[in-house]
Design a protein. Structure first.
Length: 262
């Protein structure tokens, strides 16, 4: 949809974008095509769209997917989508709370206020999607692809990269939306994977990482005493005795968790 088409449709529906719901509608055709290209849809796949809004991506997703499901919170937009697309499989509700249907792929232009919460639900889901193409704040994107010793590297980085290979496909200008958000966005591609180092059953990976990054400037030997992490364990995983959380890579964190599993 172009800016003119979005404005016209909003006027016809007597709708004003909700700041509380983080509604910024995509108006750039090139970004739309980029998202569809990255989604690489197939006719035998189930595709979930979260936050279809006015439907800028929805028509093509329906055409290219074997089965299509959408989740939309705004009842006004749900009414519009049902009227425009009879038979649409639509879940009206909050994507941070409603059960997430099993699917092969997810495409979403996520509202900034809930983007991290929704993404974490998808990453930690029992039946994780094989691929996800998500529009997120550039700031969040930087955290997801960060590497050790970078200021953006943290628990969110590790929890995501444990499950998925994450890449930034494109940085998106605020001018690509109506209304334009106050910050840049990014199209992020998540491809499901298994970590190179298997996590042993019962290994407290998540608890260990959270504790390690609770005070990221402190040394791990003082942060992780409750797990029995002493200097020897740190050196065993290839870290220096004075290491801080941001200095360990994913493989080292998994190895450390395996060593202290309870």
């Amino acid at each position: 949809m172009t800016l003119t088409e979005v404005r016209q449709l909003l006027a016809e529906l007597n709708l004003r974008p909700s700041k509380g719901l983080g509604q910024n509608f995509l108006i750039d055709q090139n970004i739309r095509d980029l998202i569809l290209h990255q989604a690489d849809l197939r006719p035998d796949e189930t595709v979930l769209e979260i936050g279809p809004g006015l439907g800028a991506l929805t028509d093509e997703l329906i055409c290219q997917a074997g089965r299509f499901i959408a989740i939309e919170k705004d009842p006004r937009l749900c009414a519009h989508l049902r009227n425009r697309l009879p038979g649409l499989e639509l879940v009206e509700g909050d994507a941070t709370k409603v059960p997430l249907p099993a699917c092969d792929k997810v495409v979403a232009n996520l509202p900034y206020s809930v983007s991290t919460a929704v993404m974490e639900r998808l990453v930690e889901a029992e039946n994780r999607p094989r691929r996800m193409v998500l529009m997120l704040q550039r700031e969040v994107a930087s955290r997801l692809v960060a590497t050790p010793r970078h200021k953006d590297y943290g628990a969110l980085t590790l929890f995501t990269q444990f499950r998925y290979h994450v890449t930034i496909a494109h940085i998106v200008s605020p001018s690509c939306f109506c209304p334009p958000p106050s910050v840049e966005s990014a199209v992020i591609v998540f491809d499901r994977r298994d970590p190179r180092v298997p996590l042993a059953p019962g290994a407290p990976f998540h608890a260990l990482v959270r504790a390690g990054f609770a005070h990221r400037r402190k040394m791990l030997r003082s942060q992780l005493l409750e797990f029995g992490v002493l200097e020897k364990l740190l050196t065993d995983v290839g870290a220096v005795p004075t290491a801080r959380a941001e200095e360990l890579n994913l493989d080292q964190w998994i190895t450390l968790a395996n060593a202290v599993r309870r």
